[in-house]
Design a protein around this ligand. Structure first.
Ligand code: DP6
Length: 370
């Protein structure tokens, strides 16, 4: 691994206890990552918008560890103030995996406090925001205990690399605006090991783009993303799919630069439906979309053809529908959502979000920013 470093150990007596805190957003994939190999490497390039409001706020407390340091990593995790044995176990496994990069982790006692800005069980995946917030805390911890990284770009790249090892899509969340993960010929530093920012290349129309998330169902999904990625290995459509996604990642870069909302929408919707078609053509086959997902899609298509407004949908690995649209049509779109789409959402819930500015480091005792 590029970042492996056996010399990153501490003299425990010299480490004063401390804490670090980051707020990191979720992201919505425009071109989807679906299929992986090796050590969390993607089978194809993917492109996403970073969101603003859906985010995880994580504080990492650390202190020198007293007892033996031969075993795993000593970590406890609380989600919204409640101890979470399931997440603690997952985080332990993740941090153990990072030991070649950060051997000092086994010399510390770690306590993680984390909370999401979106309601608990909103049916919104929190792995991208959660893993990126934790990865950012870890790179800040490295800087606290050792040398600062050369610059902000090096800092974010390392955080992206570490976030990827926790959850693939999380590596794109460390940058504001938009990000690409996986190799794209036009981006010389792009890689499967970490994401790169394409915020500078976004046309102004896309910098202020909206993403309203319609919560069609808040129940936990039947098949996890991890299992879904695994099923791609046997999917007969996988090879052409990977080629398609790589071609689309290249194409969408130009679309995002030009501000071409129509081609953007065509790619966006085809990506969403292709993702779910891959699930349906897996063996065993499964479906995550629900009848109300299709009702929303049909109503949206009708509204678009009647008004000509460039509002398009995408889906992640679940039944909820993301509506992406430019600021110029925000007013009629919101009205349309309220009047026609909310009946198809569980408890009439939706989350208004937009392209965001990326993670921020917070003071440990600061109250959560709105
Ligand atoms: C459909 O990143 O959640 O949202 O790497 O196993 O944690 P793991 O999977 P995950 O998969 C996300 C899949 C997706 C598309 C995307 O975000 O690109």
């Amino acid at each position: 691994m590029a970042y492996d470093n056996p010399s990153l150990t501490v003299v425990t007596e010299e480490v004063p206890p401390g804490a670090l805190r980051w707020r990191s957003p979720s992201n919505i994939a425009l071109v989807k990552y679906w299929g992986k190999h090796g050590d969390q490497l993607p089978r194809n390039a993917s492109v996403s918008f970073t969101l603003q409001n859906a985010a995880t706020d994580t504080t990492l407390h650390y202190a020198p560890r007293r007892e033996s340091v031969t075993g795993g990593v000593d970590v406890q995790l609380q989600l919204a103030g409640t101890p979470e044995p399931k997440f603690t176990a997952r985080t332990q496994t993740y941090l153990k995996r990072l030991l070649p990069v950060y051997p000092f982790l086994r010399q510390l006692e770690l306590r993680i406090e984390t909370q999401n800005s979106f309601p608990h069980s909103a049916g919104i995946a929190s792995s991208a925001s959660g893993m990126s917030a934790l990865a950012l805390c870890l790179v800040s911890l490295e800087e606290q205990l050792f040398e600062p990284l050369p610059d902000r770009a090096a800092f974010l790249r390392k955080a992206s690399y570490l976030a990827r090892l926790g959850s693939g899509s999380a590596c794109r969340s460390v940058y504001g605006g938009a990000a690409v993960w996986g190799q794209v010929p036009e981006l010389s530093d792009s890689s499967g090991a970490y994401a790169v920012s394409i915020a500078e290349q976004l046309h102004p129309t896309f910098q202020s783009y909206h993403d309203d998330i319609l919560l069609v169902s808040r129940s936990e999904k039947a098949v996890s993303s991890r299992a879904g990625h695994g099923l791609m290995d046997q999917n007969p459509y996988a090879p052409p799919r990977y080629a398609q996604a790589n071609a689309r990642s290249r194409e969408i870069l130009g679309v995002l630069q030009r501000g071409d909302t129509e081609r953007f929408g065509q790619l966006l919707e085809s990506e969403a439906l292709t993702l779910h078609a891959l699930m349906m053509s897996s063996q065993p086959s499964y479906t995550l979309i629900e009848p109300n997902t299709l009702h929303v899609i049909n109503l949206l298509r009708q509204f678009r053809s009647e008004t000509g407004h460039p509002i398009y949908f995408t889906l992640d690995a679940g039944p909820n529908v993301h509506l992406l649209y430019p600021e110029a049509v925000a007013e009629p779109t919101r009205r349309f959502i309220r009047e026609h789409l909310l009946p198809y959402c569980e408890d009439r819930m939706y989350l208004a979000d937009r392209v965001g500015t990326g993670p921020e480091q917070l003071e440990v005792n600061q109250t959560t920013p709105a």
